[in-house]
Design a protein around this ligand. Structure first.
Ligand code: AHR
Length: 504
């Protein structure tokens, strides 16, 4: 433990409720990209493969994460995807040029197999429709195929394909990143807004119980952000329930202090999208509150150079295989804190992605599966961050970095699980040298005591995990104690912590 001590204070009060946490904030994403599906989920020759060819070792790790919802099948890939290619007898499915990632898509896995897999891991699906090369017709047919009980062309075809019962997929994304010039079938805000609204209307006629996500900007640096949100929502406000946010982070300048502050950027992004939604709400005199689906977020930069060397038109090449460092895990912890603190509006979020492709879980073809550094904050927050979020009043010393001013060393979120009589504090110490002593006034939880203080710490911000060597792993020996009715948490320098209190 470092010797220098910096001090911070925090108040945690039962009455400072932000919102119920929608568990879908701990969602994830599987795209037909790289080795996510082939070699990740599905590898029929693998020693752990089950009767359907799915890797049991991967299923077990995904189940550990308790992922409530998984977005599929893309991502950029969906914008030129023919969903019909991926259903029916396997031997009749075509090999296709997959244009987003310039690979060959064999279509061995499609909608039905993915739904089988989601049932194995205990998740629900968030399905995206192609609004790049296709539109209303393909979307309403797919929905009829997946959700209609029977007696019509597409629902009977599903039955013929071996699925008597409908999949009843509840959540649907109206396309993916349609503001991005790289997207096949890229659209202007006007074109997208019109198409998304008309597609959503038709889908709702097929199944009025579904929820729809309208595409927000691909990231907050897009030149059209946030006018894209304002203009598209003019069209989709009534039909959509959510607007999407996507953002990837990276330590491009190798400046750890600056990097760890990037969750402030996420916070600002969320604020701006909320403001834009509420502006349209006011303009339309609407009573409806637009919710946010942060359905792509993570660190993504390590693999950028490597990906340029991948030859086009191969099957399942190792694309976007970021190997995550300890400092990436710290930022991921703070990104989760940021979304939790916005849980009144951020109802769904997807760590992008889940297996092999910018993922918490890695596999070797024919070999093992292991946990990347970022697995850990995701795991603990997903498993223990269920209940209502409480607004922590934080008084922390601050620092300035290259891109940020007034960055609090202490970053924290708090979740109260009334049913389990537990209060869980997720806290990052961003200080690179000093231990942080946090005096926490837990006032309304006087009869609670600490049952666990998990710490993720490492002297090397660049430490990584491999199958052979798990250098970055949490331990359960965190130091926290009660002093003068206050809970005192001792957070080592550069550390992510979970302090769990239970009623005695
Ligand atoms: O997750 C990787 C890619 O990032 C997705 O396909 C796309 O939607 C985003 O740009």
């Amino acid at each position: 433990m470092s010797k220098l001590i910096t001090k911070a204070k925090m108040i945690v009060d039962k009455d400072f409720v932000i919102s119920e946490v929608d568990p879908r904030i701990y969602g994830s994403f599987i795209e037909h990209l790289g080795r996510a599906v082939y070699g990740g989920l599905y590898e029929p020759d693998h020693p752990s493969a089950d009767g359907d060819g799915f890797r049991q070792d991967v299923i077990d790790l995904v189940k550990e994460l308790q992922v409530p919802i998984i977005r599929y099948p893309g991502g950029n890939m969906v914008s030129a995807y023919n969903w019909e290619d991926g259903v029916g007898p396997r031997e009749e499915r075509p090999d296709r040029l997959e244009l987003a990632w310039r690979v060959i898509e064999t279509n061995e896995i499609g909608t039905n197999e993915f739904m089988d897999w989601t049932r194995k891991v205990g998740s629900e699906a968030m399905m995206a429709v192609n609004l790049g090369t296709r539109g209303i017709d393909a979307a309403r047919n797919l929905l009829e195929y997946t959700n209609h009980p029977g007696g019509t062309y597409w629902s009977e075809l599903r039955k013929e394909h071996g699925y008597k019962d409908p999949h009843n997929i509840k959540t649907w994304c109206l396309g993916n990143e349609m503001d991005g010039p790289w997207q096949v079938g890229h659209k202007t805000a006007y074109e997208y807004g019109r198409l998304a609204n008309e597609t959503g209307k038709a889908m709702r006629l097929v199944d009025p119980s579904i929820e729809l996500v309208s595409c927000g900007s691909s990231n907050s640096d897009m030149p059209t952000f946030p006018s894209w949100e304002a203009e598209t929502l003019e069209h989709t406000y009534d039909v959509a329930d959510y607007i999407s946010l996507h953002q990837y982070y990276g330590n491009h300048d190798n400046d750890t202090a600056n990097y760890l502050a990037q969750s402030l950027e996420m916070d600002h992004f969320i604020h701006t999208v909320i403001a834009t939604c509420d502006y349209i709400k006011a303009k339309k005199r609407s009573k409806k509150q637009m919710m946010l689906s942060f359905d792509e977020w993570n660190v993504w930069f390590h693999s950028n150079e490597q990906d340029k060397k991948i030859e086009p038109w191969s099957v399942a090449p190792p694309q976007l295989e970021d190997v995550y460092t300890f400092e990436d895990a710290l930022l991921v912890g703070s990104l989760l804190n940021t979304m939790l603190k916005h849980s009144d509006r951020v109802k769904m979020a997807c760590m992008a992605q889940l297996v092999n492709v910018i993922a918490p879980i890695m596999t070797e073809n024919g070999g093992g599966a292991w946990k990347q550094t970022i697995f850990y904050p995701y795991y603990y927050t997903s498993v223990y961050g269920r209940g209502v979020t409480l607004n922590p009043v934080i008084n922390s010393p601050k620092y300035d970095s290259k891109d940020f001013t007034d960055v609090p060393y202490l970053d924290a979120s708090v979740v109260y699980n009334e049913a389990n009589e537990e209060v869980v504090i997720f806290a990052t110490n961003r200080h690179l040298e000093d231990t942080l002593r946090v005096d926490i006034d837990v006032r309304s939880f006087a009869d609670y005591d600490t049952i666990e203080h998990v710490v993720l710490e490492n002297d090397d911000p660049k430490a990584i995990n491999t199958f052979q060597n798990q250098q970055v792993q949490p331990h359960n020996n965190g130091e926290s104690f009660f002093e003068d009715d206050n809970l005192v948490g001792i957070l080592p320098k550069m550390s992510w912590n979970m302090i769990r209190l239970k009623k005695q």
